[in-house]
Design a protein around this ligand. Structure first.
Ligand code: PMP
Ligand code: GLU
Length: 398
């Protein structure tokens, strides 16, 4: 008998993690799969960060429960980082360190939403936003940008989506899955729409801040009247190649920071002590390793752009940050090969997994069923091989 709650049944499995699991299963069976599905840096955590974690273990100082919202010295370092790098003034008591930015965002939705409250989600969006809103019994309202507009929803679209129930708006910049980056003037245009509505919280997910190939990274919280209603999300997974360490954080208005603290006080008791010491050393140490990684992603971006452009029927835009391409591939919907019929981009991704042995993620998981996401956080050799193989498989479809 199915005794599961409506809550858990209302959400799908994480498509990024599900596709990664499928690729892993095939690999275990001895099938060589190139995995371009998961947004996971292929670099190792910089050595000085690893060393800090080892020292923390050896010191025998960091074995007990840490403060729920994170060690004070780490929160101070985050507060200084926000001020120095982003021009955002969040005191250490406005910082909450969590098990990855994923938990940071989940805390905020759980803290803010009552059943039926609406959250405007700039679409395409990172896969977990909608599920997290549903788990918090809110209603996601998708406001969609198109490839012609670099996937950026317009301020008019946002204005039209506002209702009395709108409680928050969320977006990522640089964006997962599109790689788009909002400029200061584009952020100002969003701020202008939201400014009269003091009851709306902006959740600005800046986890790809350090992987930005264009203009300087801008935070919406720096704009007039925005800081007191903006939650700025960041973390160590992407910029420092620390996905497995699970450290993310928010800077938030105090009332939200206190609620997020209360939330994780009941759910997790905060983040691993050792991972926090590692995170502190990431902030205190040299940013050179992060810059080198970003440079490598930029080189791969150029390579992958040319390769994807050479695939018939792939409409590709040039991402400005993060490490994803999000081509529109609707050209292939309706095509077939033998008994395989491509009725959707989901079908196309499954076909490419089986035929080209490349794992990708369907755009549907990110709110655009005409696109697919390719992560180029992989070696140049793997990328070349994967895209050649995709091209060959796609040529079979007619
Ligand atoms: N936000 C975005 C846009 C992401 O792509 C991810 C995936 N890493 C996260 C948040 C969560 O990151 P983590 O939990 O690894 O810090
Ligand atoms: N954020 C990464 C992605 O989009 C990692 C997977 C996840 O956290 O869902 O692929």
């Amino acid at each position: 008998m199915n005794q599961l709650s409506n809550r858990i049944q209302s959400i799908p499995e994480s498509a990024t993690l599900a596709m990664a699991a499928k690729a892993r299963e095939m690999k275990e069976k001895g099938i060589e799969v190139i995995s371009l599905s998961l947004g996971e840096p292929d670099f190792k955590t910089p050595k000085h960060i690893q060393e800090a974690a080892k020292q923390a273990i050896d010191s025998e100082e960091f074995f007990a429960y840490p403060p729920v919202n994170g060690y004070l010295d780490l929160r101070k370092a985050i507060s200084e980082k926000f001020e120095k790098d982003n021009g955002l003034k969040y005191d250490p008591n406005q910082i909450v360190v969590s098990n990855g930015a994923k938990q940071s965002i989940a805390n905020v939705f759980m803290a803010l939403l009552n059943p039926g409250d609406e959250v405007i989600v700039l679409t395409p969006y990172w896969v977990s936003y909608s599920a997290m809103i549903l788990l918090a019994e809110g209603t996601p309202v998708f406001v969609k940008g198109t490839i012609e507009n670099d996937f950026k929803a317009t301020p008019d679209q946002i204005r039209e989506a506002l209702t009395d129930r709108t409680k928050a708006i969320i977006f990522s910049s640089p964006c997962n899955p599109t790689g788009s980056v909002f400029s200061k003037s584009e952020l100002e245009a969003i701020a202008e729409v939201v400014r009269p509505r003091e009851d709306i919280t902006i959740i600005s997910d800046e986890i790809y801040e350090l992987i930005n190939f264009g203009e300087k990274h801008e935070s919406i919280g720096t704009l007039d009247d925005m800081l007191e209603r903006t939650v700025t999300v960041n973390g160590f997974s992407k910029g420092y190649a620390m996905t497995g360490w699970r450290v993310g954080y928010i800077g938030a208005p105090l009332w939200i920071a206190k609620a997020a603290n209360k939330m994780q006080g009941q759910y997790t008791s905060g983040n691993s002590s050792i991972a926090q010491r590692a995170a502190l050393s990431a902030l205190q140490g040299s940013v050179e390793p992060s810059k080198e990684m970003a440079k490598a992603y930029e080189d791969r971006r150029a390579l992958v752009y040319d390769l994807l452009k050479s695939i018939p029927g792939f409409e590709v835009n040039m991402p400005q940050g993060a490490f994803y391409f999000f081509p529109n591939v609707k050209h292939y919907i309706g095509k077939s090969y033998g008994t395989v019929k491509i009725n959707s981009v989901n079908d196309l991704c499954l076909f490419l997994l089986e035929d080209a042995q490349v794992s990708l993620v369907t755009g549907e998981a990110f709110g655009d069923p005409e696109c697919l996401r390719l992560s180029y956080a992989a070696s140049e050799e793997s990328l070349k091989k994967a895209i050649a193989s995709m091209k060959e498989s796609l040529a079979k479809l007619s």
